[in-house]
Design a protein around this ligand. Structure first.
Ligand code: 13P
Length: 340
């Protein structure tokens, strides 16, 4: 066990003013986002895009860690520098997505189970030798008629805890990501109740499996109304419900909570994170930060569109989103920043 190392890494991931960039989209998901913009869906296009991200000037001022997928961690920049080295050289901690994706859960219509525990120890050791210091595993929960079920929540919570325990044994900080999806017409109170249930079971399992809570990062959804809910709560109401839910379920030993964005518009995701820190920061036992993919990358991707001539503008946009989210870490994000 590498207790002190993982505690130190976990704290560094949620250092003041910093958050995590998730750039670990599977090839299929990345291709889907490229297809919308007419960008070729090739390994080289994905490599070029990831080089744009990691070469963004100043990114390390706001970003503590970057989560890569298996393809990217094995790729190099144009000049031959492995991405793993380029990221570490600019002071960003290297992370890796290690789950095998979600699939339909047999016997549980409409629900998903995350795969990837088979052979996980060996893969974790390989990634650790490649320089990774933290990992990510995502479980998803759909809100619908009588779902998420206890069986689905429990199966995913057990897998998350097994993954977390294996990570800590090889010295990697596990990012534990149970995501209650935004899709649906449910209201915010339903999301609050389901997120409560999920987090309670996840922490029960983490404790049962003797995971060191000081050496994990929780990556949850914010508590939000469904995308199709007729009532969309205010930023303050979302901040209030989310913090209330986390205080009920997340032990004080956990050093930090880094939200996924889940498909929220970029500006709204920053504003909601900001509201939580502005209202509650001084009373919280853990750091509240971001581990966004879409909410930090999408505006840059929209500008890049696969064109060399757009790289600088895309990087400036990525840096700007990182800066806005960094400000939201301390409740200092203001709408005027969007005009910059
Ligand atoms: P989003 O921020 O786009 O939800 O992605 C976060 C993530 O890492 C999903 O696993």
């Amino acid at each position: 066990m590498h207790t002190q190392d993982i505690i130190t890494t976990a704290k560094a991931l949620v250092a003041e003013g910093k958050g995590i960039i998730a750039m670990d989209e599977s090839n299929a998901t990345c291709n889907k986002r490229f297809a919308v913009l007419g960008i070729p869906q090739t390994e080289e296009a994905r490599r070029t895009y990831r080089e744009l991200i990691v070469s963004t000037p100043g990114l390390n001022e706001c970003i503590s860690g970057a989560i890569l997928c298996d393809e990217t961690i094995r790729q190099k920049k144009n000049d031959g520098t492995p991405f793993a080295k380029a990221i570490a050289d600019c002071g960003i901690i290297l992370g890796i997505k290690v789950d095998g994706g979600t699939k339909d859960m047999e016997g549980y219509p409409g629900e998903k189970i995350t795969e990837g525990l088979d052979g996980l120890s060996d893969r974790l050791m390989e990634y650790s030798k490649m320089g990774a210091r933290f990992a990510k595993w995502r479980a998803v929960f759909v809100i619908g008629d009588s779902i998420p079920s206890d069986g689905c929540i429990m199966a995913n919570a057990i897998a998350l805890a097994q993954y977390a325990s294996l990570c800590q044994h090889v010295g990697l900080v596990p990012i534990v990501e149970p995501e209650v999806l935004m899709n649906g017409d449910h209201n915010m109170h339903r999301c609050l109740a389901e997120t409560d249930k999920v987090l309670q079971k996840v922490f029960n399992q983490l404790k049962l499996q003797r995971v060191i809570l000081e050496g994990i990062i929780l990556k949850p959804n914010m508590v939000l109304p469904g995308l199709d809910s007729h009532r969309q709560e205010t930023i303050e109401e979302v901040a209030d419900a989310t913090v209330k839910c986390l205080l009920r379920n997340v032990p004080a030993e956990v050093p930090g909570i880094a939200f996924l964005s889940g498909g929220q518009p970029s500006v709204l995701a920053s504003a909601r994170l900001n509201a939580m820190n502005a209202q509650f920061k001084s009373r919280l036992p853990w750091e509240l930060t971001f581990s966004f993919s879409r909410a930090i990358q999408q505006p840059a991707l929209d500008i890049w569109q696969g064109k060399e001539s757009q790289v600088v503008a895309a990087q400036q946009t990525l840096y700007h989103r990182a800066l806005c989210n960094s400000a939201a870490r301390s409740g200092k994000y203001i709408a005027e920043m969007e005009k910059a």
